[in-house]
Design a protein around this ligand. Sequence first.
Ligand SMILES: [Zn+2]
Length: 482
Amino acid sequence: MLFLLSLLKLTLCLIVVSSEFIWKHHNNEELPLVLEEVHEKCPNITRVYALTEPSVRNIPLYVIEFSTTPGFHQPYKPEVKYVGNIHGNEVLGRELLLGLAHYLCDKYLDHDRHIKNLIENSRIHLLPAMNPDGWQLATDTGGNDYLIGRNNNHSIDLNRNFPDLDAITFEFERQGINHNNHLLKDVTRLAAPLEPETRAVMRWIMSVPFVLSAAMHGGDLVANYPYDESRSGAPVSEYSASPDDDTFRELAMTYASAHADMASVARRGCHTTNSDESATYNFGKQGGVTNGAAWYSLKGGMQDFNYLATNAFEITLELGCEKYPAASKLANEWERNREALVAYLWKAHIGIKGIVNDDSGFIQNAIISVVNITGPVPRPIRHDVTTGAYGDYYRLLTPGHYEVTASHPGYFPVSRVVTVPHYQQYALVLNFRLEPTTSWFDDETVFGLYPHGLRDGQPRIYKRSLYEKVANSMLEHKNTKH
Ligand SMILES: [Zn+2]
C-alpha cells in the first residue's frame, strides 16, 4: 500500500515537473493539471480558477487567466476570453487553448515583446472545456460521430440554452424602441430551464467586464459573427445584421485571414462533394467569414447572448471540417491557428476606451453611445456600451470618424468627435468628465424639477451627497420600523 502511494506520488510529481507541452487529447483529469503546470511556470501572471458551478457530472469548469494583476480588473485594460469545447464532440478548441496557455507563458518568460505587451495591457481568460461531460461521452464512443457527445449530460445543446435575447431586441426594433443592450433584465420567461454549464458561464459573463470573446466549435472552417438568429425567428438562411456589423466583420476577418487557410479562396468547402458543388457552402470563397443567420438561424446561442446581455463582442469560430481530429494532427492545427489566436486577442484594443467621472469620482453604468460620421449621412450605431466599476468603458470600432456621447441620468451628456485610425496598437483614450444637473440648482430645490434632456421613466439619481443623505434616511426609517 505504502509502495503504491509513493508510486502515485512519484507519478504526480513527474506530471507536474514535465512542463513541455505534449499535443494529445487531454482528458478531464489531465486538463486542470496542464493549467496548474502553466501557473507554476508563470505564477505572477496567471491564476487558475473554476466557474461557480460544475458540469452535470460534477466536473469543474476550469479557467486560466493571464494578467499582471491576476484576479483583479484594472482600468484601461480590456478583458477578453476564449471558450472551447462547448459541443463535447468538437474538441480542437479545447486542445488549442491548452496549447495557447503554454505558449503565452513561455513567450512571456522569453521576453517576447509582442506577447509581453499583450499580457501587460489586457486580461485574458481561457476556458478550454465548457462541456467536459459531452467530451467524455464523445471520447468513450470513439469520437467519430457527428452528434454523440455534442450535448451536455442532460442531452441539452448548450449553444441553444442561453436566454433568447435576439427575440427581445427584434421586438424592440419592430416597436421602434431604441434599446439594444443589457437586455437580460427584459427577459420575462425562459424557453427552457438553464443547464448548470449555461448558468455557470452566464454568471461569469455577467461578472467579468469582458470586451471581446470567441467561442470555439468544429465541423466547418469559418469565423461566424452575429446575429445567429434571423429577424423572423424562422429557421431560414438570411443575413441578420447587428448594429455593429462592420466591427463584427472586421473581428471575424481578423481570425480568418490570420489562419492558415480559413480565408483561402482555393480551398474546398468542408461538405462539398464532386457532384454537388453549388448546393453547399464554401466559406473560403467569401473570405472565411459568415453572418450567423445567413448560414442557418439558431435561437439561444452564446454569441448573441454576450452581445445583447453585456458589453462583450463574441464571434463563433468553426475550427475545422473534422470535429474530433486525430491526436497526430493537433500540432499541425496549432501551427495553422497560432497567429490567428494571438491576432484576435489584440482586437480587444481597437476603437476607443476611457473613463467617465465627475468631481467626486468614477461614474459606473454611464452610457457610451456612438454615431458613425465617416460618410455623408451620420449613422447611429444603435448598441450602447456602459462603464464598469472604475467608470471605464471599451468601445470596439472600425477606422473612421465618430461622435461619441457619454451620458448618465442626473448629468448633462457630453459629446466629443474622434477619429479611429487605420493602424492601432492600443485603443484611443477618450475620457469624459460629466457635470451633475443638480449643480445648477440648490440641492433642496431640485426635487421634482428636471432640466431638459431627461426623459420620463429614467432612474433619477441626484448629486451623490444628497443621494446618500436620502438613502441613509430611508434605511434608518426602515430599521426603526421593526
Ligand atoms: Zn458546435
